[in-house]
Design a protein around this ligand. Structure first.
Ligand code: HEM
Length: 457
């Protein structure tokens, strides 16, 4: 079914659109807030039983949740929904308003044109040597029997790869650790500000707010340093930072300093947080399913032999790639997305009023029993050629859909496949005391605090 046919489906009664049903289990005054805070993943996953579009009450506010994959596609592709809403408001102090992740309309289109060449399929092989170097630097730092703090290790390698590939230069070495530490503080603080919007209370100078503000100021300072260093160097390597510094607006004028700043942040932060989160989930999967790790090891031996894995091998590491894809199905780093309607719209026959906040959860959609057989089971073979086609359209979209789709889908898949191959070929893992596998639900989804013992193969 095409998105157009969904939007124009004549499901209205006598020309009027239906109001979406209200989700079950709401409490007087508080609505569904307590359920959403207590068990956000379970709550989102159960909503489709109530309808393809349902209303959720958060105190006095009504939010529209879209649960069916064909309608999440229509939402992401429809011109009447823009990037706005609670998720984006909570991110605004970090991402600003002038970067590609938060801009809308003509500005967003122009910015996508500026950044897109750096992520094109034919641009990605040039990043291969950095990805491979960082993957080997990671496993060579680990010692047999060492207990790894997986959160730190994963974010670190993700930041280093994004920064070194897209903003070339060794000046990143000193700064990668600072970026990681700042982002860890910021992303947990922002999720709290999204689900518990206490406004001015976050300005009270208690330690947690002070720490949040310090990390925010440091990250903005860091970005200014990166831009200033590049300008002072007088160099113009062929990378994304050069493209941003040389970008012009609709009138051919250089873009402003604030936009450059917001653009650098918009590239560095989502790139690091998402890849780091998926890598943590991958390490959990390798630990809990050692048979998958063995199969990856066998594939690496067969394809690569005894030499190091290179970027050029990634295309042939199909089993490894399917483990990455299946990990992103069950543990999508971006587990919730929001939009705002700019006009009253018809979404699958339901009325969405102008100005409504609309949410959907890739986590819920990708675990839906109506779309996937054995929906909770980890099965990389479901992505074998010929079998992936059984999945309904838009039911598997960990990188999003439409004009806001992640520009880095190919880059990230190559990076994660290479990292997984190098790691699984070198080590197997077991949980160390204190390893916490529970999901940590923030702006992204990841295991809460994995501590793994690395054992050589
Ligand atoms: C947007 C997921 C890696 C940069 C998005 C969106 C998703 C996503 C779902 C769409 C948001 C929406 O529809 O509202 C992921 C996942 C990643 C990943 C799962 C890794 C596994 C990266 C990397 C970068 C990046 C490595 C940059 C280096 C961006 C940017 C946007 C975006 C700039 C905003 C695009 C726009 O609004 O036009 N990502 N991402 N992402 N991602 Fe990624």
């Amino acid at each position: 079914m095409s998105v157009e046919s969904v939007n124009s489906r004549p499901t209205t009664v006598a020309g009027t659109l239906r109001e979406p049903p209200v989700a079950g289990g709401g409490l007087p005054l508080l609505g569904h807030g307590p359920q959403l805070v207590r068990d956000p993943l379970g709550f989102m996953a159960r909503l489709r039983d109530d309808g393809d579009v349902v209303r959720i009450r958060l105190g006095p506010k009504t939010v529209y949740a879209v649960t069916a994959p064909h309608l999440t596609g229509a939402l992401a592709l429809g011109p009447d929904y823009i990037i706005a809403g609670p998720l984006w408001e909570s991110l605004e102090s970090l991402l600003g308003k002038e970067g590609v992740a938060t801009a809308n309309g003509p500005m967003h289109r122009r910015q996508r044109r500026t950044i897109q060449p750096a992520f094109r399929l034919d641009a990605i092989p040039a990043y291969g040597p950095v990805m491979a170097e960082e993957a080997y630097a990671l496993v060579e730092r680990w010692r047999s029997g060492q207990v790894l703090d997986v959160t730190t290790e994963s974010f670190r390698v993700a930041v280093r790869i994004s920064a070194r590939c897209l903003m070339r230069g060794s000046y990143m070495d000193d700064r990668a650790d600072r970026i990681c530490a700042d982002l860890a503080t910021l992303f947990s603080g922002m999720y709290q500000r999204m689900v518990v919007p206490l406004g001015p209370l976050y300005r009270i100078p208690v330690p947690s707010n002070r720490e949040f503000n310090r990390a925010l100021a440091d990250l903005h300072l860091l970005v200014d340093e990166i831009v200033a260093d590049r300008r002072a160097s007088g160099q113009k390597p062929d990378d994304l930072l050069t493209a941003l510094l040389d970008a012009t607006d609709e009138n051919g004028e250089p873009i402003g300093e604030q936009e450059i700043h917001d653009q650098v942040i918009a590239i560095l932060t989502p790139g690091s947080e998402t890849v780091g989160s998926v890598l943590m989930s991958l390490l959990l999967v390798l630990t809990e399913h050692p048979e998958l790790a063995d199969k990856i090891g066998d594939e690496v031996k067969r394809v690569v032999g005894d030499r190091p894995v290179a970027f050029e091998d990634v295309r042939e590491l199909t089993y490894t790639a399917n483990v990455v894809v299946e990990t992103m199905r069950l543990y999508p780093a971006v587990w919730i997305l929001t939009r705002r309607s700019v006009a009253e719209t018809d979404l699958g026959g339901y009325r969405i009023p102008a100005g409504a906040d609309v949410i959907y959860s890739p986590y819920a959609v990708q675990r839906d029993r109506r779309s996937f057989d054995r929906h909770e089971e980890f099965d990389p073979d479901r992505w074998l050629p010929g079998r992936g086609g059984q999945v309904p359209k838009h039911a598997m979209a960990p990188f999003g859909v439409g004009n806001r789709k992640c520009p880095s889908d190919h880059f990230s898949m190559a990076e994660l496949t290479l990292l997984t191959a190098v790691i699984a070929a070198a080590y197997r893992f077991e949980h160390a005391p204190g390893s916490d596998t529970r999901p940590r639900i923030g702006i992204t989804l990841r295991p809460r605090g994995l501590k793994l013992r690395a054992l050589p193969r």
